[in-house]
Ligand binder design. Structure first.
Ligand code: PLP
Length: 431
């Protein structure tokens, strides 16, 4: 039988670099043919061959209600009838801003943009503009979008700043980006001692979903906060992935339960707040946010910012997930997946560790959870690839790379979880 995914992939490769519009979709890490999605509904999607999959990617996080949620769909259809884009303000932008601020009290104002990259890049500019400083810290294994200054890997020591991770990023542009090891308090303290007074911000993924699933430890998070406050640097939480995904109050609410009074200064959001449409945001205290144009000197703008159809989609999504009990049910479902996989791996004698929060999970083919990027990368990559293809062949779609997190939606049923665990048990037995 002709593989229609392969036919489409060959055709795509003629007109789109690598056949995809975002590199991870090309399956380079795991090999094989990417699935071209024909349609999706609830917890499933169907590929070009008509094959059905249980979807644990959910567009890399946004689809927290599952695909085609009827309430969201109706809101989008209604909004589309009123017009696609105006380039002028609408009441719905205020409603979405109010809804976001209601659940994330560290933010007093928020600016809507169209992608996580744009939000992260703008948050960095704002931090630099508001502090009048240029240098900043990020952590190895955290991804904050593909803006030049953020595409950086660690340099050879604390005195040297980062190296570009992409061709086309001039070394001068990353000269002020200091890349440190995640969860390492000693290097953080050392870096502040050396550069603290010149630091505009520390940017972090509080639960790093771009190295699968690695939590910032509570002592590390606490120290980041203390040092930022002491040296006048802003603490920027990149919650593009974790925002409204790990809890209604986002990852910062999880840390606030563990560290009394904890708050970041600036929060970056994306994914869930757009419900699958191009929408992202960044926000913080009024005094900082008013540094943005038109009230302040930090320039930032966008033709499609606050798009009326995207805001309708995001608003309907946030209102659904704010209903009582939503996150309890989602967390329980995710936990049951993680527990099931852990038990199945143990039965097959496969080294395995896993973690989850809300509707986000990660697992490693390692006996213990790793705490930084170097440890994540010791995961058994050939074994992961076998696991990935074993699951895929049996209709379970997880991220095609071992350094990516997974997502459970409200549309996943206990039966979906049981089916996934039973399929995984079969595959583990063959690893
Ligand atoms: N920040 C984090 C934590 C992300 O996970 C991502 C994307 O996965 C981004 C920023 C960039 O967002 P976008 O892909 O919407 O540009």
């Amino acid at each position: 039988m002709t593989d229609l995914n392969q036919t489409l992939f060959d055709r795509a490769a003629q007109v789109i670099p690598g056949g995809v519009n975002s590199p991870v979709r090309a399956f380079r890490a795991v090999g094989g043919t990417p699935r071209f999605v024909q349609r999706a509904q609830g917890a499933y999607f169907w590929d070009a061959n008509g094959q059905k999959y249980i979807d644990y990617i959910g567009s890399w996080g946004p689809m927290i209600l599952g695909h085609g949620n009827p309430v969201v769909l109706e809101a989008v259809q209604k909004a589309a009838l009123d017009g696609f884009s105006f380039g002028a303000p609408t009441e719905r932008e205020i409603e979405l801003a109010e809804e976001i601020l209601k659940h994330v009290p560290s933010m007093e104002m928020v600016r809507l943009v169209s992608s996580g990259t744009e939000a992260g890049m703008s948050a960095l500019r704002l931090a630099r503009g508001a502090t009048g400083r240029n240098k900043f810290i990020k952590f190895e294994g955290c991804y904050h979008g593909h803006a030049d200054a953020l595409l950086v890997k660690a340099g050879s020591g604390l005195a040297t700043f980062g190296n570009p991770t992409s061709a086309g990023v001039p070394p001068e542009v990353v000269r002020d980006t200091l890349v440190l090891e995640y969860n390492n308090i000693a290097t953080l303290e050392e870096a502040f001692k050396l550069h603290g007074k010149e630091l505009a911000c520390v940017m972090i993924e509080p639960i790093a979903g771009n190295m699968n699933f690695v939590r910032a430890s509570v002592p590390f998070m606490k120290r980041c906060r203390e040092l930022c406050t002491e040296y006048g640097a802003l603490f920027v939480f990149d919650e593009v992935m974790t925002g409204f995904r790990v809890a209604l109050g986002s990852a910062q609410s999880v840390y606030a339960q563990l560290i009394p009074g904890f708050q970041p200064d600036i929060t970056v959001l994306g994914k869930v707040i757009g419900g699958g449409m191009p929408l992202a945001a960044f926000g913080g205290p009024r005094a900082i946010m008013q540094q943005l144009a038109p009230t302040g000197p930090v320039y930032q703008a966008g033709t499609l910012s606050g798009n009326p159809v995207a805001t309708a989609c995001g608003l309907a999504t946030l209102r659904e997930i704010a209903k009582p009990g939503f996150f309890d049910a989602l967390s329980a479902r995710t936990q049951s997946l993680v527990d099931g996989l852990t038990t199945a791996a143990a039965k097959a004698g496969v080294p395995f560790s896993a973690d989850c929060q809300g509707g986000m999970f990660g697992f490693f083919l390692l006996p213990e959870l790793p705490h930084n990027y170097a440890k994540v990368m010791t995961s058994d990559s050939p074994k992961f690839n076998k696991l990935f293809h074993g699951l895929l062949d049996r209709g379970v779609y997880i991220a095609p790379a071992l350094y990516e997190a997974g997502f459970v939606s409200a549309a996943h049923t206990e039966a979906d979880i049981a089916q996934t665990v039973s399929v995984a048990a079969e595959v583990f037995a063959q690893l």
